[in-house]
Structures are given as structure tokens and as C-alpha cells.
Design a binder for this molecule. Structure first.
Ligand code: PLP
Length: 410
């Protein structure tokens, strides 16, 4: 017997990444952490395999007055939090136009609300074919039409032609479409669109928006922004969202999970950009309504941590800690790329983020073999996702060596 309604009945089984991570933890318990490589989950671990929690972030929590922890946040988020999100997200590259941030539980909440409010039932959401699975699940839940295009050409360059075709097809079938791009430091590939590639994407969208009977939304998931390079270069593309046509809405999905090692605190924001004040007011009203009837308020303590971290004395400490994390991840990534080259292991070009990606049609079979050696990775339809965020520099050569062994076997 099935008690759940048809639309809410799913047989997905447990989330694959979390299930594999559970097996990795069981292997660590049994054999000790030095005998296990856990490259399954997208959380940063230190060289001993322990989850990193930034002192600058959690000291603020420890010192916080309990009334600021226990109390409700405003539905749309603390005013200061919303302002700081916008300032820190865009840095020197704030787009021109009207901008507003609505708090959400993590980036997931922001992505969910963008998909819910800007597409109708059956409308296409167009996404690259290497993607974070919750995008598809959210679309299924809301009956949006999740469609993919080939992210890469055969030599792993961004496939702008495939994207354009998917947009044209979407607009032939519907008057509303949304395009979702996870860049910079894409999960699962580590790819980042270049400024030139962004120009092409915006160019296509602007051209399609000339037809005023169409409504287009660009959803940009920047969950890994802080791990996509040094300095502010990775933010340059934001400026391209300036003064776009009114029927082309942009929503940037911000998350504190990775940038603040605050995965479990569930804090993020949807940041709407439009040249029309009226459209931004509508954005605020719509997303606040969704918040009220889904999670009501965001996590107050996390919003207050971000506010407190703006104080000069704390900001400097946080920025130094983040810089150290970035450097640690870069050392792991650089070594992975070097060893991959030495071992003739093909990988998708890595520009940043928590993952590298090894394309193969035998991902599930190989991941199973690797598990027998206590190496835990995530197999996907197009290849193996390797969470270098969880693997010490010392273990990287062995990880690449074993991957190359199985990949190059046939
Ligand atoms: N987008 C991508 C691609 C992710 O990998 C994640 C987390 O793993 C998120 C968004 C959102 O995470 P959260 O809801 O924890 O902010």
C-alpha cells in the first residue's frame, strides 16, 4: 500500500553521496583513517580527515548572546545580513540595477525558490549535463521540465552551441524558460566559465529577450565561489548582469555552507537583479511568501555570525583563515592535476572548487573496485567525482594512481 500521494511518492533510495560517505566512515572505524581515502562528500577536511570548522566563524557563535541565537530572524532575513550578502558576494563587480537578497536555508533554499517562482508547471529548466542532482529533484517535485545540454565539446571546452540550441528549443516549447549555471568551480567537474564564455551566454539570452512575449531567468549557483581562485577575478562576470532587459531576470544563489564551513547551519540567500524596481519588489514578495510557508525563517544565528564577521577585527581573521583553506585545497588540486598528467589520466579541466572529475562510462564498476581498496568516490553516469576537499595532499598520489589503474585498464 502507498500512503503518500502520487506526486510525492519517490523511490530514489538514500542519497548516493551520503550513503557512500557512511560506508567510508565505517571503513575508517574499522581500519583507521590512514588506511582510507574518503573522496565522497563535499565538505572540507583537514589532513587527518577531520571536518574543518573555521574558528573565526564558531568563536562568534560561542560568544553570541543567546537571545540572538534563539530568536526568530525576519522572514526575508536580517536587514544587515541581506546588505552584507550583496556587498560581499559582488565585491567590486556589483551589477548596475536593482538588487535584493532574500535569506534562505543554504543555497538549496535559494535554488528551490528561484525554480518555484520563475517557472510554471511544465516550463523548461535548462542545465548543463554534469549537474548537482538536487536541481533535477527540485524540478521533479514542482513538475518543472528539467532538460540538459552537452556541457562540453569533445575536447572539454564549454559547448556554447549546445546551450544555444537548448535555449532555442526551450523557447519554441514555452514562453518561460530558466537557465541554471553552476559556475565558478562547478560541482561535479571543477569547471569555471571564462569571462568570454559568460559574454556569449549573456549575448544569447539578451537576443532571445528581444521577443517580449518571452520571460527568461538566469539562475547562477555560486556555492563554490570562494574556492574558485585568488583575489576578485572570479567575481568579474557579475558585472555583466548590469541593466539587462526587463524580461531577463537574474538570480544568484549564495551559500554560507562552503565559504564559512557552515554546512549544517543552513544559511544562504537568493539575490535578484533587475533593471526594474517593480520586478525586484515582486521578487521579494514572492520569495518571502515561499519562505513563510516552507521554512518560515532562516537560521538567525548564522545570519548574525555573518553580521558579526563584518567587524574589522573579526573580518581580518576570517579572511586569513579562508585564504589558508583555499591554499590547502589548491595544493591538493595542483598535485592531483600533475599526477593525472603523469599517469595519463584524462580529467575535465579543473579551475577550482571541491571536486575533480574523471570521465568514464564504467564509473559504477570502477568505484566499486576502488571501494574494495578503501577508496571512496562518487560514481555518476558520466564519470567519477572525486572530492579532493576531503583528501590530504599526502594521499593524492595514491588516489590518482589507483584511479588511473582502473581507468586505463581497458
Ligand atoms: N550547489 C551546489 C552545486 C552544491 O554542491 C551545494 C552543496 O553541496 C549547494 C548548491 C548548496 O548547498 P547548501 O544548501 O548547503 O548551501
Amino acid at each position: 500500500m502507498v500512503m503518500t500521494i502520487k506526486k510525492a511518492t519517490w523511490n530514489d533510495g538514500p542519497d548516493l553521496a551520503f550513503a557512500i560517505n557512511n560506508r567510508a566512515n565505517a571503513a575508517i572505524e574499522k581500519n583507521g583513517s590512514s588506511a582510507v581515502i574518503n573522496a565522497a562528500l563535499g565538505t572540507l577536511a583537514d589532513d587527518e580527515g577531520k571536518l574543518i570548522s573555521l574558528p573565526s566563524v564558531y568563536d562568534r557563535l560561542d560568544e553570541m548572546d543567546r537571545s540572538r541565537i534563539a530568536s526568530y530572524a525576519p522572514i526575508e532575513g536580517e536587514k544587515e545580513y541581506r546588505r552584507i550578502v550583496i556587498d560581499n558576494l559582488f565585491g567590486a563587480y556589483k551589477p548596475e540595477g536593482f538588487i535584493s537578497a532574500i535569506a534562505s536555508p543554504g543555497g538549496t533554499g535559494a535554488i528551490r525558490s528561484a525554480i518555484f517562482s520563475y517557472l510554471d508547471r511544465g516550463d523548461p529548466l535548462i542545465c548543463h549535463d554534469y549537474y548537482w542532482a538536487p536541481y533535477r529533484k527540485i524540478c521533479q517535485e514542482f513538475e518543472r521540465d528539467f532538460r540538459t545540454y552537452k556541457f562540453f565539446t569533445d575536447d572539454y571546452a564549454f559547448n556554447i552551441k549546445a546551450l544555444e540550441e537548448a535555449i532555442c528549443e526551450g523557447l519554441r516549447d514555452a514562453d518561460r524558460i530558466a537557465l541554471l549555471i553552476n559556475s565558478p568551480a562547478n560541482n561535479p567537474t571543477g569547471y569555471s566559465l571564462s569571462d568570454d564564455e559568460w559574454d556569449k551566454v549573456i549575448g544569447i539570452l539578451k537576443e532571445k529577450a528581444e521577443d517580449k512575449s518571452k520571460k527568461l531567468t538566469l539562475i547562477v549557483d555560486v556555492a563554490y565561489l570562494e574556492f574558485a581562485g585568488d583575489g576578485d577575478e572570479q567575481r568579474r562576470f557579475f558585472k555583466k548582469f548590469s541593466l539587462l532587459p526587463e524580461n531577463l531576470m537574474v538570480i544568484v544563489c549564495f551559500s554560507m555552507s562552503k565559504s564559512h564551513t557552515a554546512y549544517g547551519l543552513r544559511c544562504g540567500a537568493a539575490v535578484g537583479i533587475s533593471q526594474s524596481e517593480e520586478i525586484i519588489k515582486e521578487f521579494e514578495a514572492s520569495l518571502s511568501h515561499s519562505a513563510r510557508c516552507n521554512w518560515s525563517n532562516g537560521t538567525h544565528v548564522a545570519q548574525n555570525i555573518l553580521i558579526d564577521l563584518e567587524k574589522e577585527e573579526y573580518k581580518k581573521v576570517y579572511e586569513k583563515e579562508l585564504e589558508d583553506l583555499r591554499a590547502m585545497l589548491k595544493r591538493r588540486a595542483d598535485l592531483f592535476v600533475l599526477k593525472a598528467r603523469e599517469n595519463k589520466l584524462t580529467m575535465i579541466p579543473y579551475f577550482g572548487g571541491f571536486f575533480t572529475f574523471i570521465p568514464t562510462a564504467r564509473a559504477f564498476e570502477i568505484a566499486e573496485e576502488l571501494e574494495k581498496e578503501n577508496i571512496f568516490t562518487i560514481p555518476q553516469a558520466k564519470g567519477i567525482r572525486v572530492a579532493i576537499c576531503g583528501v590530504s595532499e599526502k594521499k593524492i598520489p595514491q588516489l590518482v594512481d589507483r584511479l588511473a589503474f582502473y581507468i586505463n585498464e581497458k
